[in-house]
Design a protein. Structure first.
Length: 425
C-alpha cells in the first residue's frame, strides 16, 4: 500500500515509525513531514492546509490510504474533499461532521449529555450573554473552568481559582484571546481527580479496538508547575487504569460514544481520543479529540505489537469488527526536549547535536528542520525520547539517560514524568 501521512510533529513521527514496520507498506509519503519522519518516508513540501496539493499528490503518488495526523485539516473537511475527489482512496480520520467532536466543545458536550456519557455540568455563552455567564460562574465552586468552544491548539482552557480573575479571563476570551475559537466559551464545573488519555480506532460501523492508554504532562515545570504546554512527556500504561476501571470506560464512555455516532448517522472512521478524569474510581469525559494525542502517541506506538497499518486499513474500510490488537506488557515513557523559554518566547534555528549517540531508545522529531546539512531547532517542543522498560520507572530512567546525549543551546526537559503515579502503585 502507498500511504500518505498528513502532519509534521512528534505524533506524526511516531506514526511514521510504526507504519514503516508494516509488511503491507509499499511506500510512505508525508506532507509536509520533518527531518525525523524523513527516516521512514518521502517528505512532500505540502502544507496540511493545502487541500488541492494533497489531492494532486494522492493522484500522482497513487495513494491507497491517507492517515491524517492533526485535527485542523479534519475540522476543515479534508476527509470530505478526498472522499469526493477520490472515493477509492481510504482515509483514516473523520469527516467534517465527526470532527465536530473536537471542533466544537459545545457540540461535544451536547453529544455527551444526549447519550448519557459522564461529564461535568456545563453551559455555553457568547459575548452578548456575558452577564448570564457571570451568574452561572457564581453557581459553581472554585476553581472555575473556561474553555474556548473552537480548536485552540490545546491551549484554549483556563482554570482559575479567583472568581474576579475568572470573570476578567472570560471577558478577554470573548474579546479574542483565542481568536474566533473563543467567540463562544464553555463554562463547566471543575472535576477533581487524575487525568488520563484513552484512544480507540473505529470503523464507522460499530467496530473498534482500544489502544494502550496513556497519561501526559502539560505543565512546563516539574511537579506540574508553571504554564500549560502542548505536553512535556507521557507514560503508558497508567497505573490506576486497571481492568475494572477500563471496563467502566468501555461500558460508560466508549460504547455509548460509538453507538451515539451511529445514531447520529456520523460515519466516523479514525481515531477517537478520550480525555478522561478518574474521579474516585469513576471515569468522566473532559474532552474528545478526533486524532491521536501528542506526546501520548510516542508512548502508545511503542506498546502496540500489532500491524497498525493493517488495523487502520480495516478501520477505513469499515471492517474492524472482530479484529483484535496485541499490546505489549512493557511500559513506555516519553520525555520532551523543549526550547528554553517555551511555551512563551524561544529561539529557533539552534544547532542540535548528539542524536546519533542515543541507543536503546527512540528519538521522535517534533520541531526540527534541516538547513545546509545541519539539524536545527524549529519549534517549542523539539524532540521526544521514548523508551520501553519492564515498568515505567525503568522506561523513564532509560529516556532520561539517553536524552542527556542530545544537546542544543538552552535545551530543557522535565525529569519527573510519571512520578506522581508512583504513590498510587
Amino acid at each position: 500500500m502507498n500511504v500518505l501521512l498528513i502532519g509534521s510533529g512528534g505524533r506524526e513521527c511516531a506514526l511514521a515509525w510504526k507504519i514503516s514496520q508494516s509488511p503491507l507498506l509499499t511506500k510512505l509519503y508525508a506532507a509536509p513531514g520533518n527531518p525525523g519522519i524523513a527516516e521512514y518516508a518521502e517528505n512532500l513540501d505540502i502544507k496540511v492546509s493545502d487541500f488541492d496539493s494533497i489531492i494532486k499528490a494522492i493522484d500522482q503518488k497513487q495513494i491507497d490510504i491517507v492517515v491524517v495526523g492533526p485535527e485542523i485539516p479534519l475540522i476543515d473537511g479534508l476527509t470530505d474533499k478526498i472522499n469526493q475527489h477520490s472515493p477509492k482512496t481510504l482515509v483514516v480520520g473523520p469527516k467534517k461532521d465527526g470532527a465536530q467532536l473536537e471542533g466544537s466543545k459545545d457540540f461535544a458536550k451536547q453529544f455527551m449529555v444526549k447519550y448519557n456519557i459522564p461529564t461535568a455540568k456545563y453551559k455555553t455563552f457568547s459575548k452578548d450573554t456575558y452577564n448570564q455567564a457571570v451568574e452561572f460562574l457564581q453557581t459553581l465552586s472554585s476553581p472555575y473552568v473556561l474553555k474556548a468552544d473552537g480548536p485552540a491548539a490545546g491551549k484554549g482552557v483556563i482554570i482559575e481559582n479567583d472568581f474576579n480573575i475568572a470573570c476578567q479571563e472570560l471577558k478577554e476570551m470573548f474579546d479574542g484571546k483565542f481568536g474566533e475559537s473563543s467567540s463562544e466559551v464553555v463554562i463547566e464545573e471543575f472535576l477533581s481527580g487524575i487525568e488520563l488519555s484513552v484512544f480507540v480506532l473505529t470503523d464507522g460501523q460499530g467496530g473498534y479496538v482500544i489502544l494502550p492508554e496513556a497519561k501526559d504532562y502539560k505543565r512546563i515545570g516539574e511537579n506540574d508547575s508553571g504554564p500549560n504546554t502542548g505536553g512535556m512527556g507521557s507514560v503508558s500504561p497508567v497505573i490506576f487504569a486497571d481492568n475494572v476501571f477500563m471496563q467502566k470506560v468501555e461500558d460508560k464512555i466508549i460504547k455509548p460514544t460509538i453507538n451515539g455516532l451511529l445514531s447520529e448517522k456520523i460515519d466516523y472512521r479514525g481515531f477517537i481520543f478520550f480525555g478522561l478524569i478518574n474521579v474516585l474510581g469513576e471515569p468522566y469525559v473532559i474532552e474528545y479529540n478526533v486524532r491521536m494525542g501528542d506526546p501520548e502517541t510516542q508512548s502508545v506506538m511503542l506498546r502496540i505489537d500489532s500491524d497498525l497499518l493493517e488495523l487502520m486499513k480495516y478501520a477505513a474500510l469499515g471492517e474492524l469488527k472482530g479484529k483484535g490488537i496485541e499490546i505489549s506488557s512493557k511500559a513506555a515513557a516519553t520525555v520532551v526536549l523543549a526550547s528554553g523559554g517555551y511555551p512563551d518566547s524561544y529561539k529557533k534555528g539552534l544547532e542540535i547535536s548528539g542524536i546519533e549517540n542515543v541507543s536503546g531508545s527512540t528519538v521522535f522529531h517534533a520541531g526540527t528542520k534541516l538547513k545546509d546539512g545541519k539539524l536545527l531547532t524549529d519549534g517549542g517542543r523539539v524532540l521526544t525520547v521514548s523508551s520501553l522498560g519492564k515498568d515505567f520507572s525503568e522506561a523513564l530512567e532509560k529516556s532520561l539517560l539517553q536524552i542527556k546525549k542530545i544537546s542544543f543551546e538552552n535545551a530543557y526537559y522535565r525529569r519527573d514524568i510519571g512520578k506522581d503515579l508512583l504513590k498510587l502503585a
